[in-house]
Ligand binder design. Structure first.
Ligand code: FMN
Length: 496
C-alpha cells in the first residue's frame, strides 16, 4: 500500500520531471545591432526598427535572444537591466519579431514553439486547477506545414508548433473532456505550463460539466452560430489575426506562368453574337452606358470635395432600408418571427447583414471622424474612436490603393455574421462575401452616375475594427471596403 505522503512525493517528482521553461528568441531572419549611442536596431528583410536606447549590459544580454532568453529571468523586474530587457522584448513582440520556446527542463528538448499571430500576443499562463475539465476547442486544428506540425485556431493569438509527438497524442485525447488531474497521470505529461498556454489562447477550453452541449459551452454565445471553416476563412482571408503574407505579393511568379486574361476557347462550332443585337443596343441603353463608364478612382480631386448632400444621396440610393416587415417561420416544433427589410441591392436569403461605417477624412458639411450609417433611420451616428486607430484605417486604404493620400471617405462594410449563420449552414460566410460583391457594384454604379469616384478595396483589418469599436471580431466585423470622393471628372488611372 502506498501512503498518502508517498503518493504526494511521487506526484511532486513527476511534475518536477515534467516542468518546462519558456524562453523568447528572435526569428532567424532578425539581427539586433547595437549602435555606439546605445540605440538597438532590429534588422530584418530589408527593414529596420529602432527599439530605443539601452545600457551596454542590456544590449549584451539582448544578444542572448538569438538562442533564447528565459522569460522568467526577465519578469522579476527587480533590476534595471531586467526592466530594459522587458522593454526590448515588448517592442520586438509588437513588430512580430519574437517567438517563444517551451523547453523540457530535463532534456532541454523543445516541446513547443509559439509563433505569435497578433501584435499584442504575449505568452500568458491561464490559471488552472487540478479539478478543471479541459477539452479541445472545436475551432482548433493540427496540420503539417513544411516539416512542422502546427496547432492553430482562428480564435488564438498564436500558432503552436508541436515538436514532441507525445504532446500531439495527449492533445488528440482531449477531443473528449478530461480533468487536469487525469492528464497529469499520463506518461509523457509535458507539464502544466503547456496546457495553461493553450487555455489562454482558447485552443483548449475549460468546460462546465453541468452544461450538456459542448458547442454551447465554448466561449460566448455568438460563437455558437459559427461553422469551423467559416471562422477560419474569415480570420485567414483578412488582416489582423494572423502573421501570414497577405495581398498582391505574386508568390508564384517565379514558379508558374500567369493564367491568360481570357479563357482559351472551347473547341467546336461558334455562334457569333456581334450581329445579334437587333432589339437591344448596348451602346444606347442607360445602364449599359453606366457600366461602360464605371471604373476605379484611387486619387480624388481636393478642389472638388464630396459634400454631405452628395453623400446622403449616395447612401439613400444604394443602402437605405426601403421597407420593413415581419414574417413567422414554420419549422414544425418552433415558429420564430423573423424581421425582414428591402434595400436597393440584393442579399442572400434577404438577410441584409451588411452594415456601413464611414471614416470621413474630407467631406463638405461633415466633421472629420468615424460614423455608423443607420440604414433604417437614414442617419449617421458619430462613434468616438482613438485617433491613431482612425488614421491607421485611412492609411491602410491609401496603401491598398497605392495612393499618395487617404480617400476623402472610406466606407468599411461589416457583417453581422449571426444574421446569416442563424439560417444557413456551411455557406454563411461565402454568402456574405457574395453580398459584399453585389453592394460594391451598386456603389460603383451609383458613384459613376453621380459623378463621384470610388474604388473597392480587397483588404480589411478585422483586429483594428475590433479595437476601434470594442465589438468582438466574431460578432460583427469588416468584410469589405470602398473608398470614395469627389472629382470623378478626371481620366481613369491605370487599373491595378
Ligand atoms: C473585390 C475587389 C477588390 C479590390 N481591391 C482593390 C484594392 O485593394 N486596391 C485597389 O487599388 N483596387 C482594388 N480593386 C479595384 C480593381 O483593381 C479594379 O476594379 C480592376 O483593376 C478593374 O479596373 P476598373 O474598376 O477601373 O474597371 C478591387 C476591386 C474589387 C472588385
Amino acid at each position: 500500500m502506498v501512503s498518502a505522503c508517498a503518493r504526494g512525493t511521487k506526484r511532486r517528482r513527476r511534475d518536477a520531471i515534467a516542468s518546462a521553461a519558456l524562453s523568447a528568441r528572435i526569428g532567424s531572419h532578425v539581427a539586433l545591432e547595437a549602435r555606439l549611442n546605445g540605440t538597438i536596431i532590429a534588422c530584418f528583410d530589408h527593414h529596420s526598427v529602432d527599439l530605443g536606447q539601452f545600457s551596454t549590459d542590456a544590449a549584451e544580454r539582448a544578444q542572448d535572444l538569438r538562442n533564447g532568453l528565459p522569460l522568467n529571468s526577465t519578469t522579476s523586474g527587480a533590476s534595471n537591466i531586467d526592466k530594459e530587457i522587458q522593454l526590448i522584448l515588448k517592442r520586438l513582440a509588437s513588430h512580430g519579431l519574437l517567438e517563444y520556446r517551451l523547453t523540457n527542463s530535463q532534456s532541454a528538448r523543445d516541446e513547443l514553439i509559439i509563433e505569435p499571430q497578433t501584435p499584442d500576443y504575449w505568452p500568458h499562463a491561464a490559471q488552472l486547477d487540478n479539478s478543471d475539465i479541459l477539452v479541445l476547442s472545436r475551432f482548433a486544428y493540427l496540420r503539417r506545414r513544411g516539416n512542422a506540425m502546427v496547432l492553430e485556431s482562428p480564435r488564438a493569438g498564436a500558432a503552436f508548433q508541436i515538436c514532441n509527438p507525445t504532446i500531439a497524442a495527449i492533445l488528440t485525447g482531449l477531443a473528449t473532456p478530461q480533468q487536469l488531474k487525469q492528464l497529469r497521470r499520463r506518461d509523457g505529461f509535458p507539464g502544466i505550463e503547456l496546457f495553461a498556454l493553450l487555455v489562454d489562447c482558447q485552443i483548449l477550453v475549460k468546460i462546465d460539466p453541468k452544461r450538456s452541449s459542448l458547442r454551447l459551452t465554448e466561449g460566448d454565445g455568438d460563437l455558437v452560430l459559427w461553422d469551423f471553416h467559416d471562422l477560419l476563412f474569415h480570420t485567414r482571408s483578412t488582416a489582423g489575426r494572423h502573421a501570414n503574407p497577405l495581398g498582391g505579393l505574386y508568390p508564384y511568379a517565379g514558379v508558374l506562368a500567369p493564367l491568360p486574361a481570357v479563357r482559351p476557347h472551347w473547341p467546336g462550332k461558334k455562334i457569333n453574337l456581334t450581329k445579334s443585337h437587333t432589339t437591344y443596343s448596348e451602346l444606347a441603353a442607360p445602364t449599359a452606358k453606366l457600366l461602360r463608364e464605371r471604373h476605379s478612382f484611387r486619387t480624388f480631386d481636393d478642389g472638388q470635395p464630396i459634400t454631405l448632400a452628395e453623400l446622403a444621396g449616395f447612401l439613400a440610393s444604394t443602402a437605405r432600408v426601403q421597407l420593413r416587415w415581419e414574417s413567422r417561420l414554420d419549422l414544425g416544433d418552433c415558429s420564430p418571427v423573423v424581421e425582414y427589410t428591402a434595400r436597393p441591392y440584393p442579399s442572400g436569403g434577404g438577410c441584409y447583414e451588411l452594415e456601413l461605417y464611414l471614416a470621413v477624412d474630407k467631406c463638405e458639411g461633415l466633421t472629420r471622424g468615424f460614423y455608423h450609417y443607420d440604414a433604417g433611420g437614414h442617419v449617421l451616428t458619430p462613434i468616438n474612436v482613438r485617433s491613431h486607430e482612425f488614421e491607421a484605417l485611412l492609411a491602410g486604404a491609401a496603401l491598398a490603393m497605392d495612393a499618395q493620400a487617404a480617400p476623402p471617405i472610406l466606407i468599411t462594410i461589416t457583417a453581422r455574421f449571426g444574421r446569416v449563420s442563424w439560417k444557413y449552414s456551411s455557406l454563411a460566410y461565402s454568402l456574405i462575401l457574395k453580398d459584399v460583391g453585389a453592394l460594391l457594384q451598386t456603389f460603383y454604379l451609383m458613384a459613376t452616375d453621380m459623378g463621384l469616384g470610388g474604388c473597392a478595396i480587397g483588404t480589411t483589418n478585422i483586429d483594428l475594427f475590433a479595437k476601434m469599436t470594442g465589438i468582438e471580431f466574431h460578432v460583427e466585423g469588416p468584410v469589405g471596403q470602398f473608398a470614395m470622393g469627389g472629382g470623378a471628372k478626371q481620366p481613369p488611372l491605370e487599373s491595378q
